[in-house]
Design a protein. Structure first.
Length: 739
């Protein structure tokens, strides 16, 4: 294999790209000569394109799709062919007609290697996820050992959990008799499957929404029908007319109905999203009916924006002739761009990039109509919702009069839809919504106050009356049936979200009632849970003896858990779950050894005993080449990310040049931003003076804050909210006076 692919250097750092990603001063950031070695050095070839890997992603016929001839070695090797596509899988992902798209015969092996058969699925699952020929893919018997080891049964399926995830009729779906104990114990029924909930998710004719008869076999076996589709749910998710939403050819009417035009693109919105010059960018005239009505034409595409996205030199970036073969082989053409779509995603010059003739059929069939049938109106738009998302003038945008009811109760009006933005985010009464004084210390230390919570914002996050927002009596029935009341919105919740003692937010005794009702106690918050999150003894929650086997082997103790954590993550017999000998074969086949871990990685990821799991000796070459050592770890970082032995892995001194080049310092933080993002000591890290030119170059000012845009992002009243005077200069240069 040829070393040091010069063409790769050209791929990431072509001269014309320099102007795109790296202004001369940025050149050193992304394409410094020494960086060339990072992305396109000969030795890197070994990192990403080891010969044996070549066949993984790009079979010869795929060469033109993802990888040019020179890329062949990069993504795909012959022996990898069996990795993605076994013949019998062809029917799942690659029906004959799809075969050419996703799974060339040689790809057949990918997903279902014989030894993988045991990994994902049991025979009884065959009906759910795998057609007979898929049986070997998802459901082999001994997978049981992976997901449902007896000791695991105790982990997920305490008797009281039985009814949580799987009603008897679900047994066949998620939990075969032996799995019953895994996901579903009896008294959890009240949490997820209370009879009244049954009606929530599974009314009979929802069947047509998610599970058309022909879908029944795939997603909803008869017994599942009741799970997702109860009759009264009809009004919630699937009005009879919605039945065709997911499983009927006329989905067309759902997404592309003409009357929807009024839903997304009212003329008065034009000024917000659609400047005329955007027309050419996103919405060609013939697309008008799809995404943008005439008045929307101005929505996404203004002529001068064309220069922004489709500069001639960019054409070269995304659609160089030789790239055409990379993304858009002729057979792919029909996938993304029907002739009429050509103008949507790919200008004539782009046609070769994203859309070849026959790809058109997949995404843009002419039979497509626009989106929203009148009867759908009832689904999303109840009258009282009007005030929530859509002020009268917005009514036509997001919510038909009837939408009013769904999203916005009158009393919510002030929350989302005050006339101007000031009232939108910080109405006096909202002030109390998010930030009680005592919260100031939580989210915004005095010095942060100006950043997140200006005095008037202080009360923004949490006031008592917010209780009504989340726990209104009528909501109680929605989220917390009487028996659920204690779960989500007990009166004491007030203390949970908005009181000084938020400190005890996670484990105050009264919270125990919130997350762990007596029967739940064993699930989320055993008394000793206090220790893990906020008290000394949570240990028992995550690492009950029987859990020991779940996450960690004794030898893992050193890796993830300090002696006292031992019980939490690593009990000796967890080995069977993650590192069963047969799994070793799965993740670290000898040839993979070089893929994940170099010998020196042993110290980092794999203690000697872990070597077999993640790092066979020759994997070393993939992640930890010696030259990479200098990439991530500076000596002074040693204590932060990497113990002395990690120093070589994450932090080398010369990395400084990669992440902290002086001129980059200016990139993120102007002096006046120092207080915003970077304290003085951070100044050097994120903000050096001349980086300012990267984000706030005069010409960029015009990009983000064109005079006409000024009103969009920074209306005078918004100045205080998003752009304090000093920020104004960041996003909207002075010469762009705010109106």
């Amino acid at each position: 294999m040829e070393r040091g692919r010069p063409h790769l250097i050209t791929l990431y750092c072509r001269p014309y790209l320099i102007n795109l990603y790296c202004r001369p001063h940025l050149i050193n950031l992304y394409c410094r000569p020494h960086l060339i070695n990072l992305y396109c050095r000969p030795h890197l070839i070994n990192l990403y394109c080891r010969p044996h890997l070549i066949n993984l992603y790009c079979r010869p016929h795929l060469i033109n799709l993802y990888c040019r001839t020179h890329l062949i070695t990069l993504y795909c090797r012959p022996h990898l062919i069996t990795l993605y596509c076994r013949p019998h899988l062809i029917n799942l992902y690659c029906r004959p007609h799809l075969i050419n798209l996703y799974c060339r015969p040689h790809l057949i092996t990918l997903y279902c290697r014989p030894y993988l058969i045991n990994l994902y699925c049991r025979p009884h699952l065959i009906t759910l996820y795998c057609r007979p020929h898929l049986i070997n893919l998802y459901c082999r018997p001994h997978l049981i050992n992976l997901y449902c080891r007896p000791h695991l049964i105790s982990l997920y399926c305490r008797p009281h959990l039985i009814n949580l995830y799987c009603r008897p009729h679900l047994i066949t779906l998620y939990c075969r008799p032996h799995l019953i104990t895994l996901y579903c114990r009896p008294h959890l029924i009240n949490l997820y499957c209370r009879p009244h909930l049954i009606t929530l998710y599974c009314r009979p004719h929802l069947i047509n929404l998610y599970c058309r008869p022909h879908l029944i076999t795939l997603y909803c076996r008869p017994h599942l029908i009741k799970l997702y589709c109860r009759p009264h749910l009809i009004n919630l998710y699937c009005r009879p007319h919605v039945i065709t939403l997911y499983c009927r050819p006329h989905l067309i009417n759902l997404y592309c109905r003409p009357h929807l035009i009024t839903l997304y693109c009212r003329p008065h919105l034009i000024n917000l999203y659609c400047r005329p010059h955007l027309i050419n960018l996103y919405c060609r005239p013939h697309l008008i009916n799809l995404y943008c009505r005439p008045h929307l034409i101005t929505l996404y595409c203004r002529p001068h924006l064309i220069s922004l996205y489709c500069k001639p030199h960019l054409i070269t970036l995304y659609c160089k002739p030789h790239l055409i073969n990379l993304y858009c082989r002729p057979h792919l053409i029909n996938l993304y761009c029907r002739p009429h779509l050509i103008n949507l995603y790919c200008r004539p010059h782009l046609i070769n990039l994203y859309c070849r003739p026959h790809l058109i059929k997949l995404y843009c069939h002419t039979s497509l109509k626009f989106t929203c049938r009148p009867h759908l109106i009832t689904l999303y738009c109840r009258p009282h919702l009007i005030n929530l998302y859509c002020r009268p003038h917005l009514i036509n945008l997001y919510c038909r009069p009837h939408l009013i009811t769904l999203y916005c109760r009158p009393h919510l009006i002030n929350l989302y839809c005050r006339p101007h933005l000031i009232n939108l985010y910080c109405r006096p009464h909202l002030i109390n919504l998010y930030c009680r004084p005592h919260l100031i210390n939580l989210y915004c230390r005095p010095h942060l106050i100006n950043l997140y919570c200006r005095p008037h914002l202080i009360n923004l996050y949490c006031r008592p009356h917010l209780i009504n927002l989340y726990c209104r009596p009528h909501l109680i029935n929605l989220y917390c049936r009487p028996h659920l009341i204690n779960l989500y919105c007990r009166t004491h919740l007030i203390t949970l979200y908005c009181r000084p003692h938020l400190i005890t937010l996670y484990c105050r005794p009264h919270l125990i009632s919130l997350y762990c009702r007596p029967h739940l106690i064993n699930l989320y918050c055993r008394p000793h849970l206090i220790t893990l999150y906020c008290r000394p003894h949570l240990i028992s929650l995550y690492c009950r003896p029987h859990l020991i086997n779940l996450y960690c082997r004794t030898h893992l103790i050193t890796l993830y858990c300090r002696p006292h954590l031992i019980t939490l993550y690593c009990r000796p017999h967890l080995i069977n779950l993650y590192c069963r000998t047969h799994l070793i074969t799965l993740y670290c086949r000898p040839h993979l050894i070089n893929l994940y871990c170099r010998t020196h990685l042993i110290t980092l990821y794999c203690r000697p005993h872990l070597i077999t799991l993640y790092c066979r000796p020759h994997l070393i070459n993939l992640y930890c080449r010696t030259h990479l050592i200098t990439l991530y770890c500076r000596p002074h970082l040693i204590n932060l990310y990497c113990r002395t032995h990690l120093i070589t892995l994450y932090c080398r001194p010369h990395l400084i040049t990669l992440y902290c080049i002086p001129h980059l310092i200016t990139l993120y933080c102007r002096p006046h931003l120092i207080n915003l993002y970077c304290r003085p000591h951070l100044i050097t890290l994120y903000c050096r003076p001349h980086l300012v030119n990267l984000y706030c170059r005069p010409h960029l000012i015009n990009l983000y804050c064109r005079p006409h845009l000024i009103n969009l992002y920074c209306r005078p009243h918004l100045i205080t909210l998003y752009c304090r005077p000093h920020l104004i200069t960041l996003y909207c240069r002075p010469h762009l006076k705010l109106t």
